[in-house]
Ligand binder design. Structure first.
Ligand code: NDP
Ligand SMILES: O=C1O[C@H](COP(=O)(O)O)[C@@H](O)[C@H](O)[C@H]1O
Length: 552
């Protein structure tokens, strides 16, 4: 069993390392290229705040104060690929406090050193910023592992002891975020155990926060019940529901582009917009996530959260301020105004991938995947049409689609405009002209495209589509942080702007529940070949409205 302190250096080594940089020193994101100098392993009680810093100056880096992060489910896929690397990247950018501590909890008979080795491997494989030994060594000093099952009271007592020991040895000051990176069915159990073992309430002057992964419930009823359990233990301001899409740089940029500029808002409405298409296409299959995915499906997995959040940000009114309450108010108004089509059979499609070709390789169908019930009717593709019943958007369809094993990985929001009401040109001149569009490219090629018509050089008047691109890589020297990097930092800072509140989660389930109920009673999902752009039925769905999907 564990209890031993982590190696103070690279796993496997015995060396201890310290450096002398001031916490946060030289780390201004907009002044120095990343990575910046690491924070020091120094007296944990050292003053980490710059008293001269004006908290209103947003150009200064947001550095977390004394704190620790406890990850439940630390051996899992998300933790290894995203959370551990994000913690390292934050440390590497000098955004974590000197005594920052990371506690892992899972069912493994590991010592602290074994855990540190796992984190090390995950960082080497997945971190965004370069590996620096001195940063790693300082981080590794604050790593602890607690082995145990979520049912195991003794393990939670050991966790309490670990947290208290870190308060003393690392100066974490009782400030802890508990990250529930666990299968959703365990959310209630872990929350109850935190309460039972006195971990949910902070000592005076400190804070405790709970970070809850998605999906939050599998329908409205279960989301409400989960919320009841969570709020029996934590106050609303202690709870951070993760929707990692809100941590993506380009998703935050939707609000910047819309509301920091003058040119979009006048045309951002039913008078000019024909329709909006929101696409989240993945080329991967379900990988090793059969246990989670089967019975959940694509719509619950990503439409209920990521895509409806993207839609809300695209459609919302300007918030009175960029703060959590104002953002919630406006997003909620959109979600509450959503109207489902009367005929769900005509305006929604679900699909399931069959075998096919992906990246030059033959891949198996969903029903052949390990751990999948051979008769499963789980959707791996979903397309739905929604409308927003308000003055700005009445009559403008929002088409949302997502799928696994599609042609390529791409997420985008395309605002497609109406045709010009009149053309002075001969109809042959505009034969090849499509609709104008503004496209937010969320990933992988982050940026924005404006598509419009232009005269083809030559002696005749021929007008064809061209596009004007904004690409992050060309316009900025700063690279985009990973979503989890941003969100973990926000949790440590207690900044809730980018976290959906429960009301949003509920409204989103209210939109999805009738669709899921319809699908349950109406036949099987349509099959589509892996590597294609989804079932033909989805093309037919748009064709009935006289439109077609973009091929991003
Ligand atoms: N993976 C992804 O890409 C994404 C995941 N998410 C969400 O993140 C969360 C975690 O997902 P993911 O990492 O994929 O899940 P995994 O199944 O890969 O990992 C689950 C983790 O929970 C632990 N665990 C399971 N049961 C118990 C138990 N009874 N007692 C103690 N530990 C237990 C496992 O530990 P052990 O090693 O002991 O089994 C493992 O560390 C889920 O809520 C998921 O919906 C959200 C977005 C993307
Ligand atoms: O939340 C989820 O998101 C991932 C895709 O995330 P991305 O950042 O790579 O776009 C998806 O694969 C997973 O099924 C879902 O749970």
């Amino acid at each position: 069993m564990s209890g031993k302190r982590a190696d103070r250096g690279t796993p496997g080594s015995t060396g201890a390392a310290t450096s002398a940089a001031k916490p946060g020193a030289g780390t201004a994101e907009d002044r120095a290229p990343e990575p910046s100098p690491p924070v020091a392993a120094q007296d944990p009680a050292a003053d980490w705040e710059n008293a001269l810093r004006d908290p209103r100056d947003r150009r200064l880096p947001r550095v977390a104060g004394p704190s620790g992060l406890v990850i439940f489910g630390v051996t899992g896929d998300l933790s290894r690929k995203k959370l551990m690397p994000a913690v390292y990247d934050l440390a590497n950018r000098g955004l974590l406090p000197p005594g920052f501590s990371l506690v892992g909890f899972a069912r493994r008979d590991w010592e602290d050193e074994d855990f540190a080795q796992i984190v090390h491997d995950s960082v080497r494989e997945h971190a965004r910023t370069e590996f620096r030994e001195e940063v790693w060594q300082q981080l590794a000093e604050g790593m602890r592992f607690v082995p145990g099952d979520f049912d195991d009271d003794q393990a939670f007592e050991q966790l309490r002891a670990a947290v208290e020991e870190l308060d003393t040895s690392r100066g974490t000051s009782g400030n802890y975020a508990f990250y529930l990176s666990v299968p959703p069915k365990f959310f209630p159990k872990v929350v109850e155990q935190l309460k039972k073992h006195g971990l949910a309430r902070a000592p005076s002057g400190s804070w405790r926060r709970a970070v809850i992964e998605k999906p939050f419930g599998r329908d409205l009823k279960s989301a409400r019940e989960l919320n009841r359990v969570v709020h029996d233990v934590f106050d609303p301001e202690q709870v951070f529901r993760i929707d990692h899409y809100l941590g993506k740089e380009t998703v935050q940029n939707i609000l910047a582009l819309r509301f920091a500029n003058q040119m979009y808002e006048p045309i951002w409405n039913r008078s000019y917009v024909d329709h909006v298409q929101i696409t989240m296409a993945e080329d991967i299959g379900i990988g090793g996530r059969a246990g989670y995915y089967d019975g959940i499906g694509s719509a619950r997995d990503v439409i209920q959260n990521h895509l409806l959040q993207l839609m809300a940000l695209t459609a919302m009114e300007e918030p009175v301020a960029f703060d959590a309450d104002s953002l919630l108010t406006e997003k909620l108004k959109v979600l509450k105004s959503v109207r489902l089509p009367e005929d769900l059979g005509e305006h929604t499609v679900r699909g399931q991938y069959a075998e096919g070709w992906q990246g030059g390789e033959r891949v198996i169908g969903y029903l052949e995947e390990d751990g999948i019930d051979r008769a499963s009717t789980t959707d791996t593709y979903a397309a739905i049409k929604l409308e927003v019943d308000n003055r700005r958007w009445a009559g403008v369809p929002f088409y949302l689609r997502t799928g696994k094993r599609l042609g390529r990985r791409v997420t985008e929001i395309a605002v497609v405009f109406q045709r010009a009401p009149h053309s002075p040109f001969d109809s042959t001149a505009t034969e090849e002209l499509g609709a104008n569009a503004i496209v937010f490219r969320v990933q992988p090629d982050e940026g924005m495209t404006v598509r419009f018509g232009s005269k083809v050089p030559g002696t005749s008047m021929e007008i064809r589509d061209v596009s004007m691109d904004f690409a992050y890589g060309e316009s900025f020297t700063e690279s985009s942080p990973e979503a989890y990097e941003r969100l973990i930092l926000d949790v440590l800072l207690g900044d809730a702007n980018l976290f959906p509140r429960h009301q949003e989660v509920e409204e989103s389930w209210k939109i999805l529940d009738p669709i899921e109920e319809h699908w349950e009673t109406h036949g099987e999902p349509a099959q589509y070949a892996s590597g294609s752009w989804g079932p033909q039925e989805a093309d037919e769905m748009l064709a009935r409205d006289g439109r077609s999907w973009r091929r991003p």
